[in-house]
Design a protein around this ligand. Structure first.
Ligand code: FMN
Length: 130
């Protein structure tokens, strides 16, 4: 999990795919945090992303840097604990202009049953589960 976190952090931006009905939906995301031994992302309850994850928690992330890319799939579980939100916002203080732990909008999810695969051109894909 640490390796996945480090890679996504290095990429800076990753692309999060959700499902809406039969349609794929993808957008750039950046938040990534380890809290309580789990890998978290952050979003806002007002966003279609949130609605889609609640309806279908199966998501996939992809990101690329320096000839290497990752695909991370899993189920997202909402964690309503204030300390989980605080940990995320402390890691991204610039988000505090838009979000805070008690605004009723900020939401964090952690990955469950995650499978990450690291790829490189000509290399053998490496799989990590957590
Ligand atoms: C580089 C970058 C990073 C972003 N990171 C996040 C993020 O971590 N969480 C988030 O909710 N939105 C983030 N956004 C904004 C979303 O991409 C944007 O709100 C998008 O419209 C959300 O998808 P949706 O409209 O389908 O819900 C980021 C945007 C950019 C350009």
């Amino acid at each position: 999990m640490q390796e996945v976190y480090d890679f996504l952090k290095k990429c800076g931006t990753y692309y999060l795919a959700t499902v809406e009905g039969t349609e794929p939906k993808v957008r750039p995301f950046g938040t990534i945090n380890i809290f309580d031994g789990k890998l978290y992302i952050q979003t806002g309850k007002v966003k279609p992303t949130y609605r889609q994850i609640k309806a279908n928690p199966n998501v996939e992330i992809s990101a690329f840097i320096n000839g290497q890319w990752i695909r991370l799939k899993g189920k997202l579980v909402e964690d309503d604990r204030r300390e989980a939100k605080k940990s995320m916002l402390d890691a991204y203080p610039e988000l505090r202009g838009m979000y805070n732990e008690d605004d009723g909008n900020t939401v964090v999810f952690y990955f469950e049953d995650a499978v990450a695969t690291f790829y490189s051109f000509g290399g053998v894909p490496k799989e990590v589960r957590f």
